[in-house]
Design a protein around this ligand. Structure first.
Ligand SMILES: C[S@@+](CC[C@H](N)C(=O)[O-])C[C@H]1O[C@@H](n2cnc3c(N)ncnc32)[C@H](O)[C@@H]1O
Length: 274
């Protein structure tokens, strides 16, 4: 999706969905346990964290704060192609002082980053996170295996999170996904085929879709753009298809007072390098 349509739709989605809150809770409950299991030695430079597709850095900073509860210092490298997102990340870092965290922000796609020869020899990371972005990469296996083989040390961990294939499948229904190439089933299949050591967790969340059923609602229109990854959803998609998509959404929803909440979830894959 093109900037800034993406951001407007994303912001509406964040207002209507419990995804971020649920993921933050998941991190608070699970990240410490994962860090404790990482056996790659941490030298005096500190714990090395690589975050791919960091967006505005909000989630990345939350990860760094949890890591700092376990290690004296963190070097966090982020890879994010959109300049406006990196600017927000910089502002966030300026606002919240973390004496023992160093941020190294790279403005590029993971595909560009992976091609850099120095990446292979530079350093090994203790933790690689690919949160809510793997759906957009060109080649799922190439990206995951690049980070696994070249940037993780023995005993380090990778966390991949993405919308679960148990969520309403609107992307295939709309039949024109603008940027979503992979599902959680593809990630699972790939990890199994490569025989990687991983665990999987399902984390449920809800999206308030009440406005989506009001044809005059701008908020509903923005939300539908995000849920289907289709800019201009109400203008570009035929009325017949819009009805089919709303029916799918409704079939995966429940009433909460006057609100209609759709049942969504994400799958989190935790991969340890053995
Ligand atoms: C939904 S946001 C997720 C942000 C953050 N990881 C989080 O969990 O809150 C997805 C981010 O991935 C970035 N992105 C999309 N394609 C990418 C690629 N090929 N390489 C690196 N980042 C990418 C987007 O620009 C966007 O900022």
């Amino acid at each position: 999706m093109e900037w800034p349509t993406y951001r407007n739709s994303l912001e509406e989605y964040h207002r209507r969905s419990t995804e971020k809150k649920e993921f933050e809770q998941w991190l608070q409950s699970n990240l410490s346990g994962i860090i404790d299991k990482i056996t790659l030695p941490v030298d005096e430079d500190g714990f090395r964290h690589l975050d791919i597709g960091s967006g505005d850095g909000d989630m990345c900073c939350k990860l760094v704060d949890i890591i700092l509860n376990h290690h004296h210092s963190v070097i966090c490298r982020s890879v994010e192609p959109i300049a406006e997102e990196i600017e927000k990340f910089r502002e966030l870092v300026k606002k919240q002082t973390r004496a023992n965290a160093t941020f190294d922000m790279r403005q590029e796609t993971t595909e560009e980053y992976e091609k850099r020869p120095e990446v292979v020899v530079e350093c090994l990371f203790h933790l690689v996170t690919i949160l809510q972005m793997i759906v957009a990469v060109d080649d799922l296996e190439k990206t995951i295996m690049h980070h696994y083989e070249n940037e993780m040390g023995k005993g380090s961990a990778m966390i991949i999170s993405l919308i679960s294939d148990k969520s309403p499948d609107l992307i295939s229904a709309v039949d024109a996904s603008h940027g979503f190439k992979w599902s959680s089933a593809d990630v699972r299949r790939m990890l199994q085929e490569k025989d990687l050591h991983y665990t999987e967790q399902f984390v449920p969340y809800t999206v308030d879709i009440t406005q989506c059923f009001d044809e005059t609602s701008l908020k509903g229109a923005l939300l539908m753009e995000m849920l289907t990854i289709t800019p201009g959803f109400r203008e570009c998609v035929s009325k017949e298809k819009q009805k089919t998509i709303l029916d799918i959404l409704k079939s995966k929803s429940f009433k909460d007072g006057d609100d209609i909440l759709a049942k969504y979830g994400f799958d989190v894959y935790i991969v340890f390098k053995t």
